[in-house]
Design a protein around this ligand. Structure first.
Ligand code: BV8
Length: 270
């Protein structure tokens, strides 16, 4: 496997960075105890995610699809953000412009405190009425009724997520590409970089001259495009990068990040 880069070599780039964007995938939630999509533990009964997370599966068997989502909601309900989520939430106060784009639907980034966040694929705690299109939050686990029905019109409810074969919200997607095109540094963390169009965001950043950093348990198709590769657990690597960055900020308070950011960064640690 390609060896990991050195955090020491990465830090000077981060000290200079003003616009930083991060793309996360299921690997960021793995250390919170949530199975990844394509990992060994990602299967549910005998089904693969690609077979159930589709409009076709829902139309032909809404009960089966909702049983899967109810199982995932129950699994996620008592899980907590891990150090990877918590570190990324702190980075909103470290870089002048920081945005987090996630493919995950588990809501753990919000729970960790991230606010500058785009949820590309929706959120498992939201439901949408198939007839009216109204969206509302529902955190009841287990669901009392499967499939659930709209409290207003009695129509069928669906998870407010983007299924395979469905288009992403166009304004959200164009914002994600704008941020990726304009950033100086892009991290791709805990994603196999297979699912499109999300997997094209780091490529778009790199094509526009951004420094691309991959943090993943194993190399992905982005490995050869990234200038820095860190292989291992995101919940360990991100805090290591964060600590090295804080030390460099302390030492080099006149860096382009400026004194106010050093103070601000110190504040996020209290
Ligand atoms: C669309 C919500 C227009 C639902 C999800 C172009 C080329 C090829 C195919 C396509 C293409 N354009 C469209 C497609 C089809 C399809 C697609 O990409 N298919 C793939 C399988 C090839 N895309 C779509 O359908 C998208 N729609 O483009 O609309 C269109 C319409 C019709 C036809 C054509 C175009 C919609 C995609 C959204 C699907 N919905 N989720 C739900 O969750 O129930 S995607 C699903 O996959 C999750 O959101 C997940 O986050 C996402 C990506 O997976 P990963 O997050 O990367 O997870 P994975 O398990 O794969 O990898 C985890 C990684 O973490 C691993 O590498 C592992 O090593 C690592 N890891 C594990 N532990 C750790 C770790 N790393 C660090 N630390 C650890 N501790």
């Amino acid at each position: 496997m390609k060896s990991s880069s050195s955090i020491e070599d990465l830090i000077p780039h981060l000290l200079q960075a003003k616009k930083v964007v991060v793309l996360t995938g299921a690997g960021v939630s793995a250390e919170s105890g949530i199975p990844t999509f394509r990992g060994r533990d990602g299967l549910w009964k005998k089904y693969r995610a690609e077979e159930l997370a589709t409009p076709y599966a829902f139309i032909s068997n809404p009960r089966l699809v909702w049983e899967w989502y109810d199982w995932r909601r129950q699994l996620i309900a008592d899980k907590q953000p891990n150090p990877a989520h918590l570190t990324l939430a702190k980075w909103e106060n470290i870089f002048p412009s920081f945005w987090l784009i996630t493919q995950n639907i588990d809501g753990l980034h919000q729970q960790a405190g991230s606010r500058r966040l785009l949820e590309l694929h929706g959120n498992i705690w939201k439901m949408r009425c198939v007839d009216e299109g109204t969206v509302f939050e529902n955190r009841t686990t287990p669901l009392p009724e499967i499939p659930p029905h709209c409290p207003d019109c009695g129509g069928l409810l669906r998870p407010h997520v983007v299924w395979f074969g469905e288009s992403l919200d166009s304004s959200l997607l164009s914002e994600a590409f704008r941020l990726s095109h304009e950033c100086e540094v892009m991290f791709s963390i805990g994603t196999s970089a297979i699912v499109q169009p999300a997997a094209s965001l780091p490529v778009a950043a790199a094509e526009n001259g951004a420094l691309l950093i991959e943090i993943n348990a194993e190399p992905t198709p982005l490995a050869s495009v990234a200038q820095f590769n860190f292989y291992g657990r995101a919940g360990e690597i991100l805090p290591q990068i964060h600590q090295a960055l804080l030390q460099a900020l302390e030492k080099n308070s006149s860096a382009s990040l400026g004194k106010n950011r050093t103070t601000k960064a110190r504040k996020t640690e209290k």
